[in-house]
Design a protein. Structure first.
Length: 370
């Protein structure tokens, strides 16, 4: 079987719409179609052809093809990417199809609510009814989770795609609205709420140390705390202020996208610092003995919630006054195996730079108090 024959057979399959509701499969048997099995079998045996297959599929994805088969095709593209194909070839088409699928799924859910459908697997009679009313909406509702998985597979490998999708406000609203209705949308939301190439300032006033850092794929503040503790103690390993601090190496490994053993015990990381926003500093540029709760960084929040000074988020590190503050490592585990979260030190701040930041913060806080 030649590559051209495999591709042509699959494209011919895509051009044949589903016209009978009973041909819609609501489980993995959907991928037992001969053309799909043939394509995937060829791809597994001929990894050097993956990009050519993806390119051929990308050329027909914008066409007015069957909604159900487009959904299946997105997941097949995701599989080809996981085999080693280049996600750049098809990622834009997958994201566009995600928008189309979610819009159609909204229509299905609206109709299902009118009909007081209780959810679950559709019976043959229900399939017939919804198909006759709006076949595209039905087809999208069955295959939307496949498109979400394909989106995750592609954008988790492409920083540029993640940055682009975060600017797509209508799609973000769809993801939020349908999170509880479409499988795996929760994980895509975590990617949308995370950051890439996000510059921040970290200050430890007591030791007059600080860093300018860049954050990639940090999912929440607990995740940030684990990686920041590692970065800060690595950078200032010889500073006497941190001589007694001990990092949790297992937690750090997992927070960076490392594998978790099936037999691994439950892992928690512990706070070595107090984590505050810059409003925590008092008029003397110091951290008071009792910081207002409003100025703590709460672990369940994201980096987007950290107040900015002159357009840049600023984090103040101080003594951990919360005792054994800890968090489960599941907060830090990346939502996709392709993600490799990181914090990078862009610049080590001098003592004078730290003092200047603190002076600027004092002035800013005084303006807020007026």
């Amino acid at each position: 079987m030649t590559l051209q024959k495999v591709i042509q057979d699959y494209i011919d399959f895509l051009h044949k719409p589903i016209t009978n509701s009973q041909d819609l499969k609501q489980d993995q048997t959907a991928f037992q179609e001969p053309e799909i099995k043939q394509l995937l079998r060829y791809a597994v045996d001929n990894r050097d052809s993956l990009d050519e297959i993806l390119t051929s599929i990308a050329m027909v994805m914008p066409l007015d093809l069957d909604m159900y088969k487009k959904g299946l095709t997105c997941l097949i593209c995701g599989s080809l990417i996981e085999f080693g194909g280049n996600p750049k070839i098809v990622v834009d088409h997958i994201i566009q199809q995600l928008e189309n699928h979610l819009t159609a799924t909204e229509s299905f859910l609206s109709l299902a609510e009118q009909e007081e459908w209780e959810g679950g697997t559709l019976s043959p009679k229900e399939l017939d009814f919804f198909f006759s009313y709006d076949s595209d909406a039905l087809k999208a509702s069955i295959t939307s989770s496949y498109v979400v998985l394909a989106t995750m597979t592609s954008v988790c490998r492409l920083k540029e795609a993640r940055q682009s999708i975060r600017t797509n406000t209508p799609l973000i609203h769809q993801v939020i609205q349908l999170e509880d209705e479409v499988d795996n949308l929760y994980y895509l939301k975590q990617v949308l709420y995370s950051v890439d190439d996000y510059e921040m300032i970290i200050l430890h006033p007591q030791s007059e140390t600080g860093l300018k850092i860049k954050a990639d794929m940090i999912q929440n503040n607990f995740h940030f705390f684990t990686l920041l503790q590692d970065l800060y103690l690595t950078q200032f390993a010889t500073h006497p202020a941190f001589a007694t601090f001990h990092r949790n190496e297992k937690a750090i490994h997992l927070a960076k996208g490392g594998a978790l053993s099936d037999t691994e015990e439950q892992i928690h990381d512990h706070a070595l610092f107090g984590f505050y926003d810059f409003h925590a500093l008092n008029g003397e540029g110091k951290i008071p003995s009792a910081v207002m709760p409003a100025n703590w960084l709460f672990g369940e929040g994201t980096l987007h919630h950290i107040p900015k000074l002159n357009g840049v988020p600023v984090v103040i590190l101080g003594e951990n006054t919360l005792g054994d503050r800890s968090w489960d490592i599941t907060f830090c585990t990346p939502v996709h195996e392709a993600l490799k979260p990181s914090l990078e030190a862009v610049e080590v701040l001098s003592s004078e730079q730290v003092k200047q930041y603190i002076t600027t913060i004092q002035l800013q806080n005084r303006l807020v108090d007026i």
